[in-house]
Structures are given as C-alpha cells and as structure tokens.
Design a protein around this ligand. Structure first.
Ligand code: NAD
Ligand code: 0WE
Length: 260
C-alpha cells in the first residue's frame, strides 16, 4: 500500500537494531518514507550508520537533546538537505541509572528528577519548537514514545513515571498549539521490550513473563508492532487523530485482572 510515499521522516533515538526507533524506521521506510537518522554521540555513530545503510538513508545528524546548540544545528543541517519535514519521531528517554532501582522515595533526587524530565519530556517540546519552520503547513506529524508508568505506579520505574506523565501532557499541549498549523502530535505507549534502555533493569525478564501471562493477547509486543502503529499514526491514514496516546501493549493496560 506504501502509505508514506513522498514523506520525509527524521528519527531521533536510534541506538541499536533492538531500538524501538529501529522498528519505526524500518516500518516507515517500507511504506515509502525517506529517512534521516540522528545519533546521540560518536560512540553510537557506527551502529546508527549500519542501520542507515540498510534503509538507504543519506542524512545522519549528531544530536544530543541535552544541548540547545545541537538541536539548533540539527535542523540547520536538515534544512540544507530537505525543504520540509513531514514526520519527526522522538524515541528518547533517560534517567540516571540510580533513579531506576529501589523505592520511589529512596531513589528520587532533585538532580535525577531534573535530568529525567529534561531528556525524556522537555526534549520533545524543544524538538517540536525547532522543527516548526520545516514542519508547519504541510500536514506533518510528531510522535513520541511513552510507557504505562505515566499513569500507573510501576516498581522501579520511579521518576520516569512522572517524566512520562509530563511527556504525555506535552503531547496534548503541542497538539492544541500546532493543530492550526496542520501538525498532528501523538504518542505510542508501548509494552515492555528488551532494548538497550531495558538492559540491566532488575526484574525486567519477570515483567516480560508477567505480560505474556496476563495480557489479552498472551504475548509481548515487538519493535515491529510498535513500528507499524507509529507509521500509521504519522501517515495521512491518521489525519483525524491528534493529542492521542495509542497503547501498543498486547492489551495489557486494559485488564484489571486475568486468569491463567
Ligand atoms: P534505546 O536505548 O534503544 O533508545 C533510547 C534512545 O534514547 C537511544 O537511542 C539513546 O541514544 C537516546 N538518548 C538518551 N539520551 C539522549 C540524549 N541526551 N540525546 C539524544 N538521544 C538520547 O531504548 P528504547 O526502549 O528503544 O527506548 C526508546 C523510547 O521508548 C524511550 O522513550 C523509552 O522510554 C520508550 N519505551 C520503551 C519501552 C521498553 O520497554 N523498551 C517501553 C515503552 C516505551
Ligand atoms: O522508558 C523505559 C526505559 C527508561 C530508561 C532506561 C534506562 C536504563 C539505562 C531511562 N533511563 C535509563 N538510564 C540508564 O542508565 N522503559 C519503558 C523500559 C523500562 O525501564 C524500566 C521498566 C521498563 C518497562 C525500569 C524499571 C521498571 C520497568
């Protein structure tokens, strides 16, 4: 069907072939979109280059979202290649590791809270703002990735929960602000997936097992499940959808209890 033909997409948050951003990039490329990739730092460049080669991607831009200067130069670089941008994917989340273990009150700190909210939430608003000159008035779409911890207390997710709640509110405020300029803004709330961001989280395997046992579909989701939903949300097929949080979680969030 190729429902993203003639669309240009910048994907922020690719770190490896396990990244959710990789599932999204692959699905969007399959549907005909032209892809630009960013990489957080030189350490990740090689892996992003390898992914980029597979998708015939010619634009690869360094971007650490903690830096205002890098956000600015990212869109300057992009404007040198493209006269407009149709899709911007934000697949970035980070808190200092010590924030993601132990009890909420035990782990939380002013600095941990600030970093988690800056990198995981503010950065989406910052990218939306910087991308406006390229995205306004062309039926464009912004997409970010959230998690159930935004609306439910989940062990060890700790300060990332409030940060994702802030991110989801940002989706709604951006959607209200940018709708008049033709830009839609949505999030996919994904079920747990074993990516780099999940590596070393204690009890993660148990969480995957739990979802497999109790979710309506009795399985976990893949980066392709998320990628397909993301491609849809950023396409003209979803022209009537904005400010929405779409759950791609095998139905896990919809059940209150379930029998084996
Ligand atoms: P990942 O480690 O593959 O991706 C996280 C990305 O964030 C990496 O590419 C990393 O380079 C980037 N990043 C972190 N700090 C950055 C910075 N300062 N500047 C630029 N980039 C930075 O892991 P993932 O699981 O694919 O995570 C992608 C998104 O999906 C995150 O928002 C995460 O919260 C969300 N999510 C993940 C899961 C899961 O279980 N894996 C579930 C729901 C939502
Ligand atoms: O959003 C996430 C991952 C967020 C994340 C992961 C890390 C690991 C490495 C943020 N910051 C860091 N910092 C690091 O140094 N997910 C939705 C995946 C995830 O992480 C969890 C989960 C789930 C699910 C942490 C605890 C409990 C559940």
């Amino acid at each position: 069907m190729a429902f993203l033909q003639n669309k240009r997409a910048l994907i922020v948050g690719l770190a490896s072939e396990r990244s959710i951003a990789w599932g999204i990039a692959r699905a969007m490329h399959r549907e005909g979109a032209e892809i630009a990739l960013s990489y957080q730092n030189e350490k990740l460049k090689k892996r992003v280059d390898k992914c980029g080669d597979e998708l015939d991607c010619k634009i690869r831009i360094p971007l650490d979202v903690a830096s205002d200067a890098e956000i600015e130069s990212c869109f300057e670089t992009l404007a040198g290649h493209w006269d407009g941008l149709d899709i911007l994917v934000h697949s970035v989340g980070f808190a200092p590791r010590d924030q993601l273990a132990g009890g909420f009150t035990e782990s939380i700190s002013r600095e941990g809270f600030q970093i988690a909210h800056d990198i995981s939430s503010y950065s989406f608003a910052a990218l939306a703002k910087a991308a406006r000159p390229l995205m306004d008035n062309r039926n464009s779409a912004l997409l970010t990735l959230s998690y159930l911890g935004a609306i439910r207390a989940i062990p060890n997710y700790n300060v990332m929960g409030p940060a994702k709640a802030s991110l989801e509110a940002t989706v709604r405020f951006l959607a209200a602000d940018l709708g008049a300029s033709g830009t839609r803004v949505n999030a996919v709330s994904a079920g747990p997936i074993k990516t780099l961001a999940a590596a070393g989280i204690s009890g993660f395997r148990g969480m995957l097992g739990h979802v497999q046992k109790v979710s309506p579909l009795k399985r976990n989701v893949s980066i392709d499940d998320v990628g397909n939903a993301a491609a849809f949300l950023c396409s003209d097929l979803a022209a009537g959808i904005t400010g929405e949080i779409l759950y791609v979680d095998a139905g896990y969030s919809t059940v209150g209890m379930s029998l084996d």
